[in-house]
Design a protein around this ligand. Structure first.
Ligand SMILES: CC(C)(COP(=O)(O)OP(=O)(O)OC[C@H]1O[C@@H](n2cnc3c(N)ncnc32)[C@H](O)[C@@H]1OP(=O)(O)O)[C@@H](O)C(=O)NCCC(=O)NCCS
Length: 128
């Protein structure tokens, strides 16, 4: 597992602040909230790639490396891993930086697969 910041980091797909409402019972940030941010970030890249609407069909290799705390700035970096006939797999990493911190650290990563769909929600080929 590498912990080098991605070189596509100049431009995260999504950046947000973890808020008190996103915390779990321990007072740290709830994993489901982070997962949904990653899914949103990946869907932005998948939609741009497919040039049509997409639906999330699978999540693989999801790892939570470190906790995220209330007030942290969370940035999701995305890279297209694979384009299939109708599917697009996006590798998503999230990095967290404390509010006044100078550096970010990788906190989660996973592979999100999206399917290009038409207005009737049927899969359509991804035009390359
Ligand atoms: C997305 C959906 C339309 C796909 O329909 P489907 O009949 O399952 O489609 P297919 O079996 O033809 O699979 C489509 C592609 O997804 C891939 N796929 C299917 N299940 C997968 C999984 N669990 N993980 C990764 N890829 C998967 C297939 O390999 C195929 O890829 P390819 O065309 O590039 O070879 C349908 O599964 C669906 O509506 N799922 C619910 C989506 C949803 O509500 N998501 C949450 C909110 S966005």
């Amino acid at each position: 597992m590498t912990h080098e910041k991605p070189d596509y980091d100049c431009c995260p797909s999504l950046r947000t602040i973890a808020m008190p409402a996103d915390a779990n019972a321990n007072g740290d940030i709830f994993g489901g909230w982070v997962l949904s941010q990653m899914d949103l970030a990946g869907s932005i890249i998948a939609t741009q790639t497919a040039k049509t609407r997409v639906a999330t069909v699978g999540i693989e290799a999801m790892s939570f490396h470190k906790p995220i705390f209330i007030g942290d700035e969370v940035s999701c970096y995305c890279k297209v891993d694979r384009i299939g006939r109708t599917s697009i797999t996006v590798h998503v990493e999230s990095w967290a930086r404390s509010r006044l911190g100078a550096t970010a650290q990788k906190v989660t990563e996973g592979k999100f697969t999206y399917v290009a769909i038409d207005e009737n929600r049927h899969p359509v080929p991804v035009i390359r």
